[in-house]
Design a protein around this ligand. Structure first.
Ligand code: AMP
Length: 213
């Protein structure tokens, strides 16, 4: 099964992706994670992407296409992939469709999660990410900010550079202006379902399961 999960930043794509990896055995391909690793490693790609990412801007399409062309042709994803964070622009959507035609693959479903901007800002402004395992948690739990990652126990929780309120609002604008048209473009060729991203992760997971069943 090859699935694309789309939606504004902070709507819960990463959390739902982890659930789908567990339930459907797909490989999670997150372009945001790939870019953050490149920045951490200090590679040429990382150097080109770092400032854009911190400002909530998109990394140029040609760099993103290069990443995705390489990633989707590696043997580990041959049993199915879950694309998260790509495509984010119409040229990326067209490029993805052309690439899949070329390599004889197809998209089985596009899931678009959405939630109101205010809910997203509230969620993201308290988001903590684990540098060791990528787990996402909140600084606003009933017991206050956790000291260590609740998933792997590492003392590596941090606030992403692009999770400040001003940058979040800008990323939401970028999503509405540039990524919605990309979703619509995919919807012309593939089965696309809009899913309500409000509520708990379990509630959203149930909605997704209903669509994929
Ligand atoms: P994410 O983790 O998906 O929220 O991505 C974090 C940041 O990485 C985004 O705000 C962009 O700066 C960059 N990024 C990730 N995926 C893409 C993409 N497909 N096209 C352009 N920029 C991207």
């Amino acid at each position: 099964m090859n699935v694309v999960i789309m939606g504004p930043p902070g709507v819960g794509k990463g959390t739902q992706a982890a659930g789908l990896v567990a339930s459907h055995g797909v490989v999670h391909v997150s372009t945001g994670d790939i870019l953050r690793s490149a920045v951490q490693e200090g590679s040429e790609l990382g150097r080109q992407a770092a400032a854009l990412m911190a400002a909530g801007e998109l990394v140029p399409d040609h760099l993103m296409m290069g990443i995705i062309k390489d990633r989707l042709q590696r043997p580990d994803v041959s049993g199915g992939w879950l694309l998260d964070g790509f495509p984010r622009t119409e040229p990326q959507a067209d490029g993805l469709l052309a690439l899949l035609d070329e390599i004889g693959q197809r998209i089985d479903g596009v899931l678009v999660l959405d939630a109101p901007d205010d809910e997203i800002v509230r969620r993201l402004a308290g988001r903590l990410t684990c540098r060791a395992c990528g787990h996402v948690t909140t600084s606003r739990g009933a017991d206050g900010p956790p000291a260590a990652c609740p998933a792997c126990g590492a003392d590596a929780l941090y606030v992403r550079d692009d999770d400040s309120e001003q940058t979040i609002r800008h990323r939401l604008e970028v999503f509405r202006e540039r990524t919605w048209p990309a979703a619509e473009r995919l919807g012309e060729r593939c089965a696309l379902t809009r899913i309500d991203g409000r509520g708990t992760p379990d509630e959203v997971q149930q909605r997704i399961a209903g669509v994929l069943r």
